[in-house]
Design a protein around this ligand. Structure first.
Ligand code: PLP
Length: 446
């Protein structure tokens, strides 16, 4: 792929409505010449940074220092910032008083931490359509991966059956709040109630739900929530596991190292360690204070604007689905036959067009960013997309405008009618324009 460095592409802020927080946007070059405003329709992968998050990080950076251990004033400010974030996350997730908030790198990290903290012989029940982050961390003979049923009602019943067949002992149901493939929401409260009746705990993978809907440990009666900052408009490398403290307090520390220890002593045969019993137990090493601060600010911003966010997203999703329905040969993917609330995520296949090729054309000729492939949910995508086992995913968010959606729909219609205007190949295993004259931004020069 030939990429030239050097054009000036100004950053812009996108504010779609006065009552919706602005996000950072950009302009992107086109293979056909010139540039256009980037239509970021890939929020489900990683959302753009909120302008308020950028501002909060900028304001904090001069104060940045080590948290917890420094006597300097900036260290004390940093400690305050870090611990304030726990309280913000606690509120954002509707946590109970006894719940703990542990900062992680992302949802994957949080679920792996939880998996390591399970008491021995815990039975784990989940659908096989989960994202790999939720599908894979669980080990042992007592993991039940249920083929996802075609209705939400059947999904609740399937969990109930699986739990009834579990051996005695601790049990955990792991469940996504919203599918990262189809955007369909799962009946979380209903499944959590079934879990409770069978003596099981529920862990909610809120990576896709939390950026779109308020979540509440208390309201849904779930035991754990995990989420990622980069999907919540705070792309600074922090995530969280929030929930019941007992298993976590009893578990071997996730990482061994400084910060997780109260005291370390030398014995003749080795070292003796007294570990913390609070969240620090699983947060060894210097914490990501900037990331955690960014995450907390993003949560505050979303939490203050839910009504507007949901109204905006509903209107855009209707526009998107109506537009896609009119594209000849396009089939939308669905997990459930019955209707459910959906976040602004839609995956589709288009007869005669490879998803990877299609998304390369959308990017190169129209300045549109979408996702193609199997979305780290291979079982779900293979089941829904059929033969090709791949699809294109469009996901909306705070930076999405009506123009972005109209541009996408028009682009798809044009591609179906007359194909691409450029040539494409697979120079590095992925579809890409060949040649690719688009200049990289100046900061990548040299
Ligand atoms: N769970 C779901 C439903 C997701 O969509 C994702 C990411 O796409 C993850 C978990 C993993 O998130 P992360 O990559 O931030 O760890």
């Amino acid at each position: 792929m030939t990429l030239t460095v050097g054009s000036t592409i100004d950053s812009t802020e996108i504010r779609v409505r006065q009552d919706i927080p602005a996000v950072l946007g950009t302009r992107v070059p086109l293979v056909t010449g010139g540039e256009t405003g980037y239509a970021n329709l890939d929020h489900a992968a990683s959302a753009p940074c909120l302008a308020a998050v950028r501002d909060a990080v900028d304001a904090f950076l001069p104060w940045y220092a080590s948290a917890h251990r420094g006597a300097g004033f900036a260290s004390q400010v940093s400690t305050r910032v870090y611990e304030r974030a726990r309280e913000v996350l606690r509120k954002f997730a509707g946590a109970r008083d006894r719940d703990t908030v542990i900062f992680t790198r992302n949802t994957t990290d949080a679920l792996n931490l939880l998996a390591r903290a399970l008491p021995r012989h815990t039975s784990v029940v989940l659908f096989d359509t989960e994202h790999h982050a939720a599908l894979l961390p669980w080990r042992g003979p007592n993991v039940v991966r249920i083929p996802a049923p075609r209705t939400r009602l059947a999904a609740v019943a399937a969990v109930e059956r699986a739990l009834a067949g579990c051996p005695a002992g601790p049990r955990l149901v792991v469940l996504t709040g919203a599918s990262n493939v189809t955007g369909e929401t799962l009946p979380v409260a209903e499944i959590a109630a079934v879990a409770r009746r069978h003596g099981a705990r529920t862990a909610l993978d809120a990576a896709q739900l939390a950026p779109h809907r308020p979540i509440s440990l208390t309201g849904l009666d779930v035991d754990y929530v995990v989420l990622s900052g980069h999907k919540l408009y705070a792309p600074f490398g922090a995530g969280a596991l929030i929930g019941r403290a007992d298993w976590l307090r009893a578990a071997t520390p996730y990482l061994a190292g400084g910060g997780a220890t109260k005291a370390v002593t030398r014995h003749e045969t080795g070292v003796g360690v007294t570990w913390h019993t609070g969240p620090e137990r699983h947060e060894a090493g210097s914490p990501n204070i900037v990331g955690v601060h960014a995450l907390a600010v993003a949560c505050e911003q979303l939490g203050a604007h839910w009504d507007a966010l949901e109204a905006h997203e509903h209107a855009l999703l209707e526009r998107l689905r109506a537009g896609l329905a009119a594209v000849p040969g396009l089939a939308e993917l669905r997990l459930f036959d019955d209707e459910s609330d959906r976040t602004g995520t839609v995956s589709f296949t288009l007869d005669g067009f490879e998803p990877g090729w299609l998304s390369a054309v959308l990017s190169a000729e129209y300045g549109i960013g979408v996702r193609d492939g199997a979305f780290c949910a291979h079982i779900a995508t293979r089941r829904l997309a059929g033969q090709g086992a791949q699809a294109v995913r469009v996901s909306l968010g705070l930076g999405t405008t009506e123009e972005h959606i109209d541009r996408l729909v028009l682009a798809l219609r044009q591609i179906v009618a007359r194909g691409a205007r450029w040539t494409y190949g697979r120079p590095a295993g992925r579809w890409a324009p060949v040649p690719d004259p688009r200049p990289l931004p100046p900061f990548l020069a040299g």
